[in-house]
Design a protein around this ligand. Structure first.
Ligand SMILES: [Zn+2]
Length: 169
């Protein structure tokens, strides 16, 4: 699919909101990944950003936080008709959650070759079995650049640790 039912312009707009969440994560020293969920009318229901380091928990992904908040707001675990916008291709955990939550579709930015669930390749038919619609590559460069910049800055800030007597450890 080239766009969600909301259209290309709205997809870009929602992705900008997800990127805003990703920047919030970066400011907190978290890997910059953000997500927003919109309902069937295109109203933003929930936002989330990656918070794994602070929570010291791998379930604190942007998508999980957004789904939790959307379900709380809807008062239902079913997110029928909702679309999730996420800056990076989801991992398999998040993809499972998105499908089980009955989202209508997903729009993502950059591909994630290392931890992505394979949405752009072999696994797509599996995810479509649940009639999930997939739109890829929305603001992909912006999303990838944000991640690249984050890791570049993090590498530069790594100073060798020293023990109390001054020797490198
Ligand atoms: Zn995930």
């Amino acid at each position: 699919m080239k766009a969600s039912p909301f259209g290309v312009e709205q997809d870009n707009l929602f992705m900008q909101k997800a990127l805003h969440q990703a920047r919030r994560a970066a400011q907190l020293g978290e890997v910059p990944i953000g997500a927003v969920i919109v309902d069937v009318h295109g109203v933003v229901l929930a936002r989330g950003y990656n918070n794994v380091e602070h929570k010291k928990l791998q379930t604190a992904h942007a998508e999980v936080t957004a789904v939790e908040r959307a379900c709380k707001r809807q008062g239902d675990w079913r997110l029928d008709g909702c679309w999730i916008y996420v800056t990076l291709e989801p991992c398999i955990m998040c993809m499972g959650l998105i499908m089980l939550s009955r989202c209508a579709g997903i729009v993502y930015g950059a591909p994630s070759p290392l931890f992505g669930c394979g949405l752009d390749s072999i696994n797509l038919p599996l995810y479509r079995r649940g009639s999930l619609c997939v739109v890829s590559g929305v603001a992909a460069d912006e999303s990838a650049e944000l991640l690249k910049q984050f890791f570049k800055e993090r590498r530069m800030s790594v100073i060798p640790k020293r023990s109390e007597n001054g020797t490198k450890i």
